[in-house]
Design a protein around this ligand. Structure first.
Ligand code: FAD
Length: 289
């Protein structure tokens, strides 16, 4: 491990000033990606800004009318440990409990998962499906954008030097809605997704009013398959509609072949996982009535 200086600011202003004053500084939320990558030499820095103590980055605030503000550094265990979030966003709680194991979840954050920008990151397809937005602060002020526009390449994001992801905002769950993320991994736990599908649906009298679908590990960035969701809008929530949307997801995927699976296998998984995630989300929407 290389030597680095470390600072743990207590306010956002202090954190931004430290980032601005140390070009090349890297923020640390939980460190479960960053420290592993620094140890292996994949990432280097001589200055780490630990944002875990900045209140705005640790906030978890849910309002049934306006939605959830999830501080970028809030650890996963606080998400599935919060009964109001378990009720309002069961799929998010499920993803928080899926990342790593108990020890990882004590540190790892959804914000860190997003900023690490791995194509296989488990939370990102669900965030996209839920219509989440990134709230960013930096030397030029504050800005906001949809999660689907945040990752630009493997390990790369839109964040400019000195910028921090402050929080993620997830809209309030509409009535009769459901969401689900399903991944395929060769083992039962603690593995990297070979493929994953995150979906969100609103169901109205047996018809799908709206849907959003995103995929993991089958493109250089998490992949929003807008057209698959659009195809479902206004269609009956039946096997035929789901099969057509799953086929669009399969076609949208452009995975690589690596030691975890061939491109063709991953494409096939996209269809299967999308269909199963839609079935589960529709079931949740019906039970939510
Ligand atoms: C054993 C193990 C198992 C794992 N299992 C999974 C898994 O099942 N699924 C999965 O998706 N991932 C998994 N991971 C990867 C990792 O745990 C997750 O990606 C986690 O969510 C990262 O969060 P973190 O808070 O630890 O991020 P960190 O490591 O602190 O940060 C990740 C990256 O984001 C940057 N960053 C952090 N916060 C900010 C911010 N506020 N603004 C700008 N940049 C920021 C950092 O500089 C770094 O580059 C696993 C890791 C380990 C070690």
């Amino acid at each position: 491990m290389q030597w680095f200086d470390y600072a743990a600011p207590r306010t956002l202003e202090e954190a931004l000033a430290l980032m601005a004053g140390h070009p090349g500084a890297r923020p640390l939320a939980g460190g479960t990606d960053l420290l592993v990558q620094m140890r292996s030499g994949r990432k280097t820095t001589d200055f780490v800004v630990d944002v875990k103590r900045v209140p705005e980055l640790n906030e978890i605030a849910f309002d049934p009318a306006t939605g959830l503000t999830l501080g970028a550094a809030a650890p996963c265990y606080r998400i599935y440990g919060d009964s109001s979030l378990l009720r309002a966003y069961p799929s998010l709680a499920e993803v928080a409990a899926l990342i790593g194991g108990t020890q990882i979840q004590g540190r790892a954050s959804i914000g860190g998962n997003l900023c690490n920008a791995a194509p296989s990151a488990d939370s990102i397809p669900l965030l996209i499906a839920l219509g989440a937005r990134c709230r960013i602060a930096g030397p030029a002020g504050r800005r906001e954008m949809a999660v689907e526009d945040f990752c630009t390449a493997p390990g790369q994001t839109v964040l400019a030097p000195g910028e921090l992801l402050v929080s993620i905002h997830i809209p309030a769950p509409p009535p009769n809605s459901g969401a689900r993320y399903i991944r395929f991994i060769p083992r039962n736990e603690m593995d990297i997704a070979v493929a994953g599908a995150g979906v969100h649906v609103v169901v109205d009298n047996g018809n799908i009013r709206s849907a959003r679908i995103a995929l993991a590990a089958v493109a250089p960035t998490p992949l929003f398959v807008r057209e698959a969701g659009q195809l479902l809008a206004g269609r009956p929530a039946n096997a035929q509609s789901l099969a057509e949307a799953a086929e669009l997801a399969r076609q949208a995927a452009h995975p690589i072949t690596d030691m975890r699976g061939t491109a063709e296998y991953r494409r096939h998984l996209c269809g299967v996982l999308t269909r199963r995630a839609l079935q589960a989300a529709i079931q949740s929407a019906r039970e939510a009535r």
